[in-house]
Design a protein around this ligand. Structure first.
Ligand SMILES: Cc1cc2nc3c(=O)[nH]c(=O)nc-3n(C[C@H](O)[C@H](O)[C@H](O)COP(=O)(O)OP(=O)(O)OC[C@H]3O[C@@H](n4cnc5c(N)ncnc54)[C@H](O)[C@@H]3O)c2cc1C
Length: 374
């Protein structure tokens, strides 16, 4: 049986960052991915926004890892030539009642270490974004955008350069946990193999719970429930009317149908929130009317004929539609009493922003002592 120091399951942006971190710390690291290549699931189906960190409850992992991860990510992108831009964003109140929410963001930001938020009048917003209508706004200069594909390519490059390996078409179908190491059963091209490892990290995203269910020796009561919240995007054809990101105040389950820009300046709106039972990425043009209504609250001149259904993504949630929002869960030996195992659950937004900080946290929880990298 082949043996490696570390196995990471799932080659999304989080699994890539974790595998890179473990390989740079000196571990012989194997990254297993079920699909034909890395990054085809949630990591390539998101808004590609580098979040500042004021949306999350003070003291939460989301807040801490977003704020730390954001600066790590900006540094990493600069050092490694990953396309990104610190373009800033407006969070707009379109009615007086929404000013309180902006005030709460400002206060949460101060707690979380986001000290650069500032109030803007509607006139100040119009000066920079003439198409936007609001009663007031917050300006977040440390929000930005990143090309998630080149980011993942760079993380993979680092993993390989550090001696790690990525194996694709490698579906993990079973795990036997043991006190001195774990056995991982992998189905690759119809052939089943077994691997042994001292450290196993479950970064399987939407399927993290399913994978944990397959772990013999894990207390199943520790596995959180799985909920899926689909988000649709519509793209705007033709000239972009915005130069910055524009967000309404957040809605339950998501951050509201906002304006994001890609690095070529193209505009997309989304994501909305649709609670679904199964993973199905097909777009749905029937959601157009609700998009038009939501967008016109801050962009009244929207020409609805310019909207085209875009892609979709699915949030890996561990709290349902009627529950309060949940935090990231990074479950290590302190929780499940299994040496050399870390399970990641509910790594929804801001998982892209926080990927490097999540990787450091996994290393810490797993007891890897090498200094943080990245
Ligand atoms: C609509 C939407 C918008 C978002 N916007 C943002 C944003 O603007 N900014 C931000 O910071 N975050 C954002 N996020 C969150 C971010 O995209 C995620 O947190 C991040 O991509 C999660 O990465 P991951 O590696 O955990 O998961 P994934 O990318 O889903 O990777 C998991 C991988 O595990 C593999 N896998 C599963 N089971 C197995 C198995 N048994 N064997 C082998 N491989 C397996 C899968 O094939 C997959 O490749 C958004 C998310 C969504 C859904």
């Amino acid at each position: 049986m082949d043996r490696v120091d570390c196995i990471v399951i799932g080659a999304g942006v989080v699994g890539l960052a974790v595998a890179r971190r473990l390989a740079l710390a000196g571990g012989d690291t194997l990254l297993l991915e079920r699909e034909a290549t890395h990054g085809t699931q949630t990591s390539s189906r998101n808004s590609e926004v580098i979040h500042a960190g004021f949306h999350y409850p003070p003291g939460s992992l989301k807040a801490r890892l977003c704020v730390r991860g954001r600066e790590q990510l900006y540094r990493y992108c600069t050092d490694r030539g990953v396309d990104h831009r610190r373009c800033g964003k407006f969070i707009v109140a379109t009615a007086d009642a929404e000013r309180d929410t902006l005030q709460r963001y400002l206060e949460a930001g101060a707690h979380n270490g986001v000290h650069d938020l500032r109030w803007c009048t509607s006139a100040e917003v119009v000066e920079l974004e003439p198409a936007v209508r609001c009663v007031a706004a917050l300006w977040s200069p440390s929000t930005g955008i990143v090309d998630s594909h080149t980011l993942m390519q760079a993380l993979l490059g680092d993993l390989l350069a550090a001696g790690g390996t990525l194996a694709c078409h490698a579906d993990v179908i079973g795990v036997e946990l043991g006190p001195r190491g774990h056995r991982v059963r992998v189905l690759q091209d119809g052939v089943e193999t077994e691997l042994a490892t001292r450290l196993l990290v479950n970064a399987a995203g939407l399927d993290a719970q399913l994978l944990a269910e397959r772990m013999d020796g894990l207390d199943k009561a520790l596995i959180p429930p799985r909920f899926l919240a689909k988000g649709h995007y519509f793209t705007l054809q033709g000239r972009a009317p915005f130069r910055h990101l524009v967000y309404p105040v957040a809605s339950h389950g998501g951050l509201g149908i906002h304006v994001t820009l890609d690095l070529a300046g193209r505009v997309r709106f989304g994501p909305d929130v649709e609670w679904v039972k199964a993973v199905d990425y097909s777009p749905d043009d029937r959601r157009r009317d609700s998009f038009v209504a939501a967008i016109r609250r801050y962009y009244p001149d929207l020409d609805a004929t310019r909207l085209q259904p875009g892609y979709t993504g699915i949030r890996p949630k561990i709290a349902g539609p009627r529950d309060p929002a949940a935090d990231f869960v990074i479950q290590g030996p302190a929780a499940h009493r299994m040496h050399g195992l870390v399970n990641l659950f509910g790594i929804e937004s801001p998982g892209l922003t926080a990927c490097l900080a999540i990787a450091d946290e996994v290393a810490k929880v797993a007891g890897i002592d090498a200094p943080g990298v990245g």
